[in-house]
Design a protein around this ligand. Structure first.
Ligand code: FES
Length: 558
């Protein structure tokens, strides 16, 4: 039988722990409260943006569920970065860094106070992978609840997401819309709290928490304002106590099969490219080695069955209205693409969860099925070649073209690239190269959404490609290839690309090449010198020292 209080007894039992109990009693806890298992409820909360504004309320509901099932909850908060706000600016360098800081904050708080179990409540992009990484690392009974997206925005009857506002900036720069039209979009794109509405990184990661079995089935798709989200919070609190009672730990759930289920769901939904890196990092914490080859293999056999923005037409709210993530998982399960016997936080397998949910499908154009998919292959592809020997990632689901051979237009930072695009220095047929934006070189691997949105806004989205060692927002669309490894800062071939070199991209063949001879490439590499670090001190310098390659999940390796 699992000892449900094994950790917390070290701090709260016996005469020598009288001071500890005194601290607890100062907060209103009784002796009987202190006899219960202690459960840390970790909430990523901030007023920096709408994504995580409501997570404390969800945390309070989760606490009620913990208490109902005879646990003593203690809530704590973690810092976070709101990606959409930090985007297109130096601050975005802290975004990926925040994933590690949140995971470390959870580890620190849970271990310092000897909590027996963990509930993680997330929202904006990095918070969900961070909560999952912490759960895998701590390996105490845990559950994750994703806080949910914002509801759809509307203007003149048209559904809006933040992607429309980012792209409108490019249209404004190209004098295709007026300042008034831009303002109207700005005023209507986000009606309230929650994360960005399309299947961008936050919503994809919420989906992954469910597909991995670490969140309650059905809990991810409800938008932040839906009452049912608060019931899921309550149920998550109750459920973590059952996990504790039964001794079910994250590594019992996050097995290799569970990661295959998550990758399959990612491919079927055409989610964010960032998730490739996050799943590798979460798996690493769970002691499982995932590689880009796993994604490539699964991408080639899983069709894309969801019609989600940015590649398709719908938002997370639309998916919620037709059945949510369970609808997608059920279709994959029925097609034998999912491991149905994988364990989940309910204590039951995926198959049993689906059978219990009795999903009734209504006619819709949000989720198709595997015999009539939107695309025959998965939404994300891995490319390799002379420009990316260790791999690169593209969300092919969001690209109208899959091949391009064209001259490079090279920039050494996101800011230079943004200026280059908006000033008209990029023409149809060009391949925009943005380098020194990788995990070490950035440092922090910024997302190039401002540049990609400017390209779309200039109506170059179907005739220009981008290749970068940085990342992309989940809202990015077009032939945009990121996570190029090795990154330029550590001497990857991207570092020696010159303007007008011909770059060849072929997503169908999975290749990314620079069309110069091997001798020329070697000769350029031998004279390349690593640039001086952009941030020699502080957090970014510490991060740059420890971070690994994007193809290894950009984990910190002491
Ligand atoms: Fe938080 Fe988009 S800014 S999810």
């Amino acid at each position: 039988m699992y000892n449900t209080k094994a950790r917390s007894r070290k701090l709260y039992d016996g005469p020598y722990r009288s001071p500890n109990r005194a601290y607890m009693k100062a907060m209103g806890l009784s002796d009987s409260d202190l006899q219960r298992p202690m459960v840390g409820v970790g909430v990523a909360w901030s007023e920096a943006g709408p994504c995580n504004l409501h997570t404390m309320d969800l945390g309070r509901k989760a606490k009620e569920g913990v208490y109902y099932n005879k646990g003593t909850p203690r809530m704590f908060s973690t810092p976070l970065v709101i990606d959409g706000v930090a985007m297109g600016y130096e601050g975005m360098k802290y975004s990926l860094v925040s994933r590690e800081i949140i995971a470390n904050t959870v580890e620190m708080t849970i271990n310092a106070h000897a909590y027996d179990a963990f509930v993680g409540i997330s929202g904006c992009d990095k918070t969900t992978p961070a909560m999952l990484m912490a759960a895998a690392r701590l390996n105490i009974p845990s559950i994750v609840l994703y806080g949910g997206s914002n509801s759809n925005g509307y203007l003149n009857g048209k559904e809006l997401t933040m992607e429309d506002v980012f792209e409108a900036v490019g249209k404004f720069a190209g004098k295709r819309i007026s300042a008034e039209e831009l303002k109207e979009l700005e005023n209507n794109a986000i009606p309230g709290i929650g994360t960005c509405a399309g299947l961008f990184t936050a919503n994809t990661m919420g989906t992954m928490a469910e597909a991995l079995g670490m969140a309650l089935p059905g809990s991810s798709a409800p938008p932040a304002v839906e009452g049912v989200k608060y019931d899921y919070a309550y149920q998550s609190g109750k459920t973590v106590m059952q996990l504790l009672e039964n001794g079910i730990k994250p590594r019992d759930i996050m097995t290799y099969d569970a990661f295959e289920n998550a990758i399959t769901t990612l491919m079927a939904m055409g989610g964010s490219t960032n998730v490739v890196m996050h799943l590798i990092a979460i798996a690493h914490e769970a002691g499982i080695k995932l590689t880009l080859n796993d994604f490539d293999r699964i991408s080639s056999k899983v069709p894309e069955i969801a019609n989600m923005r940015p590649g398709g037409a719908h938002t997370m709210e639309d998916l919620f209205r037709v059945g949510g993530v369970p609808l997608v998982i059920k279709k994959l399960l029925d097609s034998k693409l999912i491991h149905g016997n994988a364990l989940t936080v309910t204590g039951e397998s995926v198959s049993k969860n689906m059978a219990k949910m009795k999903i009734k499908e209504q006619k819709n154009d949000v989720v198709s099925d595997t015999v009539k998919p939107y695309h025959n292959r998965g939404g994300i592809r891995i490319l390799k070649g002379s420009l990316a020997p260790d791999g690169a990632v593209i969300k092919v689901a969001a690209a109208k073209i899959t091949k391009l051979k064209g001259p490079a237009v090279v920039f050494d930072s996101e800011e230079d690239a943004f200026k280059g695009v908006t000033n008209g220095n990029v023409k149809s047929g060009d391949v925009v190269v943005i380098r020194y934006e990788g995990p070490k070189g950035g440092p922090g691997m910024r997302e190039m959404l401002s540049v990609t949105a400017a390209i779309i806004g200039k109506e170059l989205g179907t005739s220009v490609a981008m290749v970068t060692d940085g990342r992309f927002s989940g809202a990015t669309r077009g032939l945009m290839i990121g996570h190029v490894t090795p990154e330029a800062y550590v001497g990857g071939p991207l570092a020696v690309v010159k303007n007008r070199d011909i770059i060849s991209i072929d997503c169908d063949k999975g290749t990314l090449d620079i069309l110069i001879s091997k001798d020329e490439l070697d000769s350029r590499m031998s004279s390349w010198k690593q640039p001086r670090p952009k941030h020699p001190t502080g957090l970014l310098a510490q991060y740059a020292k420890l971070v690994s390659s994007a193809s290894e999940g950009a984990i910190l390796s002491p």
